[in-house]
Design a protein around this ligand. Structure first.
Ligand code: LMR
Length: 407
């Protein structure tokens, strides 16, 4: 019987929404989960997505048959082009395996399971400190051994580049290293282009295997190509003797296409040669078959219709730039409102960080104060989803932060 089952703790991110929903205050504000909100505080279905969805639903040639274990081939090809560029070496040389996945988390889980079973060099995966909380659980339960590497330097609210290089430089040779492709979650602090080149150098020296997590392509700068620059630097790199750099990528369409609950994403694996790519792909398919057999049709068909149609794709990219622009405007508005509210300390980091989140520097106690007194919900590490901020509520938030910092 189940008598011995212990109550699980609430999820540190998704559990915040449960608390928010139970709160009856009209003032309540949810800055927990990273999901885009309009100025009115409502979820947004992109207009390009609505149009694509209508096309998919009206297409009488479609049926509901199972799709292959690797997913919708057109979706895979378009997702790969989005991530690596339309004419990438890895794709042209037949070294890229792409499989549709259950959004970014599903791609991480399938990639983790594949590595735990078939990657011989090491079972260690190095995660930045801090990182998206779920990385620990996903990779741990896949059977990998999770290790930390320094990333964020709290006193300067910047990248701890020296610590990062020292830790990766001392990593077990061949180990896996998780890298956020852009808009690091939760800190909003990314390496500069020069620092990325330094990270690539240490990855090559230690023969580390990069596993990129790309959940915010387009959300950091508003530009899909600019946000893929670090990933493409690694994907096109060659090691000693011209050997291509191998890597994995978990790609999510949750945020940049607003397809959160549709679970649309892909797992990409770049291998050194086409023969290895074929063997890798065959093993990843087995992991998929054993976990959920084959991926769902609808969300990927919608994303495909957006990406394959030049007009819809242009409309999508304009909407993406406008979401990223609203978030940037909210960063500036929050810094201005904090100054007006007389919040002690410097808040410039809010505008220098990028992506969907700001890592405010608020302590756990201050986050609890914001929740209990002001009905403002955020993760207890001080992360706020900037997408949940609006012109209407920014002064309320600033007053609350000023109050929390003073108390
Ligand atoms: C977040 O970090 O808030 C998002 O990635 C949503 C999630 O699943 O945690």
């Amino acid at each position: 019987c189940f008598e011995g089952v212990q109550q699980a703790p609430p999820d540190p991110i998704l559990g915040i929404t449960d608390g928010f929903l139970k709160d009856t205050s009209p003032q309540k504000l949810n800055l927990g989960v990273g999901a885009y909100r309009t100025e009115e505080g409502r979820p947004l279905v992109l207009s390009a997505v609505r149009k694509a969805e209508r096309m998919v639903v009206d297409d009488a040639t479609r049926n509901k048959e199972y799709i292959p274990m690797g997913g919708n081939p057109q979706f895979c090809a378009l997702s790969a082009a989005l991530a690596f560029g339309p004419d990438s070496d890895c794709s042209r040389e037949g070294r890229l395996a792409t499989l549709q996945a259950l959004s970014g988390t599903g791609a991480l889980a399938v990639g983790g399971a594949f590595l735990a079973r078939h990657y011989q060099a090491s079972k260690a995966i190095y995660l930045p400190v801090p990182t998206w909380g779920n990385h620990h659980g996903v990779f741990g339960s896949a059977g990998l051994v999770v290790r930390p590497y320094r990333y964020y330097h709290a006193p300067t609210r910047a990248l701890d580049y020296a610590g990062l290089i020292a830790d990766l430089g001392a990593a077990e040779p061949g180990a896996i290293v998780l890298l956020h492709a852009c808009a690091h979650n939760p800190t909003g602090v990314d390496p500069s282009p020069e620092q990325w080149r330094g990270i690539l150098r240490v990855v090559q020296e230690r023969r580390l295997l990069p596993f990129f997590d790309s959940a915010y392509q387009g959300f950091a700068s508003g530009d899909l190509d600019a946000d893929a620059a670090a990933l493409r630097l690694f994907a096109s790199a060659r090691g000693p003797g011209g050997r291509p750099q191998e890597l994995l990528l978990a790609q999510s369409f949750a945020k940049n296409m607003g397809l959160y609950g549709e679970r649309v994403g892909a797992l990409h694996v770049i291998a050194a040669c086409p023969q290895v790519r074929g063997r890798v792909e065959s093993q990843v398919k087995i992991a998929v078959r054993q976990m959920y057999s084959s991926p769902p049709i609808h969300g990927a068909a919608v994303a495909t219709a957006v990406m394959a149609n030049p007009a819809l794709s242009a409309e999508w990219q304009a909407e993406l730039a406008s979401m990223a622009g609203r978030i940037k405007a909210m960063r500036a508005a929050l810094v201005a409102a904090l100054a007006e509210a007389g919040a002690p300390g410097s808040w410039d980091h809010i505008t220098s960080q990028i992506g969907m989140f700001s890592y405010t520097g608020l302590t756990k106690e201050q986050c609890i104060h914001l929740r209990d007194k002001w009905h403002i919900y955020m993760t207890l590490d001080g992360r706020i989803s900037m997408a949940g901020v609006s012109h209407k509520r920014v002064r309320y938030l600033a007053d609350a932060i000023a109050d929390a910092v003073r108390n």
